[in-house]
Design a binder for this molecule. Structure first.
Ligand SMILES: NC(=O)c1ccc[n+]([C@@H]2O[C@H](COP(=O)([O-])OP(=O)(O)OC[C@H]3O[C@@H](n4cnc5c(N)ncnc54)[C@H](O)[C@@H]3O)[C@@H](O)[C@H]2O)c1
Length: 368
């Protein structure tokens, strides 16, 4: 097993001895010291606390003349919400998708109308699960006219399209497309045009990650495969959707999901290929933004930090996740819906003067 994978939370205070930039190392010391102090105190307190599921309450009230009522008391129990119940409630809330109805849109102030995607045809790659799936739901809530999910995973893709349609009543379709397959992409984009009209928005979220692979032993076929999916896939999707927008003479918004890894080097895991692929996506976004401004097509990147999605739900990453959190000022990974607002904004006309931008959304990770 890779040495980096074997790092445990207990090993974190010794991380200073490992090779990493001095600034980030120094920045970590006070955090680790504080956290260690906090965890000792909270552990000691935890053992003394009995966690009630209900709090019994006894209330003594004076009578209507203000005289104490002796031993007459009112008794009742108040329920206690625990963390697990709250998490379950939050998860349940994520399952609800409420489409923006025309009559509600009509009543919105102008600024809020501009921040919607009302009437737009939206293609989302990687929309079968994870961040792409939640951005698809957000677009449905923000007024999309129709949503097309492109994904290589047939079962998940079918399931998520059916679910989104059932929850919203919107036209939703699933195309089993590998973003490396230019011909299949072109056929699918043409079919979207036939079904719903030319696309207004592309959200390219399909991507894969390899990590904990040292550059000196990186298999070249694996390297090429990742670049092909993350970078060439972003290009082929943008090219096909961009052409459809140009052919229709329609302005459009292309949103490429890059990563903070395109701007910084992650720690402690080695992942040179992923980082390079996402740096490529950011530069591709800038280049297309410059080239296609004359066609009214905007191209921007969303660069997430560490997000709590299936991509990272790998047992080998558990120890590293503690390190990632400790290096994130907000002390958490991003929620699966944490990109939604930014996605809708970049897709909407409210971001009309934005192109070639790379917006990092990382709980503050890149501040250190
Ligand atoms: N999760 C994170 O921490 C994180 C951080 C930064 C950036 N990102 C980026 O966000 C995007 C989405 O990540 P996620 O966490 O939702 O991942 P995920 O694995 O949950 O979802 C990715 C989706 O892309 C699809 N996909 C993969 N390869 C494909 C291909 N060749 N053609 C078509 N579809 C393909 C998968 O089937 C899946 O549905 C990725 O580009 C990822 O690099 C994720």
């Amino acid at each position: 097993m890779n040495a980096a994978v074997r790092l445990t939370a207990r090993a974190v205070p010794r991380m200073g001895s490992l090779t990493r930039p001095a600034i980030a190392r120094n920045a970590m010391r006070p955090i680790i010291a504080q956290r260690a102090a906090f965890s000792v105190t909270s552990r000691a307190l935890k053992s003394e606390v009995i966690k009630e599921t209900e709090v019994p309450v006894t209330v003594y009230s004076p009578d209507h003349k203000g005289v104490a009522s002796g031993n007459q008391a009112g008794h009742f129990n108040i329920p206690v919400k625990n963390g697990a119940a709250e998490a379950a409630a939050a998860e349940e809330e994520l399952e609800i998708v409420t489409p923006l109805e025309d009559k509600v849109y009509d009543q919105l102030p102008r600024t809020m109308q501009k921040m919607s995607v009302h009437g737009k045809v939206i293609i989302i790659t990687g929309g079968a699960r994870g961040l792409g799936n939640h951005m698809a739901r957000a677009c449905a809530e923000a007024g999309a006219k129709a949503i097309a999910i492109f994904d290589a995973n047939q079962d998940l893709g079918d399931e998520s399209a059916a679910e989104l349609h059932q929850k919203t009543g919107l036209p939703v379709s699933f195309f089993k497309v590998d973003v490396r397959d230019g011909n299949a992409i072109n056929a699918a984009v043409q079919n979207v045009v036939d079904l719903y009209g030319p696309p207004d928005v592309l959200v390219n979220s399909a991507g894969i990650a390899d990590s904990n692979i040292k550059a000196e032993t990186y298999d070249s076929a694996m390297f090429r495969r990742l670049i092909d999916i993350n970078l060439t896939g972003s290009f082929l999707m943008s090219q096909s959707v961009g052409r459809a927008m140009m052919a229709a003479g329609k302005p459009g918004s292309i949103i490429l999901v890059a990563s903070m890894s395109g701007s910084i080097v992650n720690y402690p895991q080695e992942q040179s290929c992923y980082n390079a692929s996402k740096a490529g996506v950011i530069q591709l976004g800038k280049s297309l933004g410059a080239e296609w401004a004359k066609h009214g097509i905007r191209v921007n990147c969303i660069s997430p930090g560490y997000m709590d999605t299936a991509l990272n739900k790998v047992p080998a990453l558990d120890a590293q996740k503690k390190i990632w959190k400790s290096l994130t000022p907000q002390d958490r990974l991003g929620n699966v819906d944490d990109l939604n607002g930014l996605c809708v904004f970049l897709a909407s006309d409210a971001s009309g003067f934005m192109t070639g931008a790379n917006v990092i959304i990382d709980g503050g990770y890149t501040l250190y």
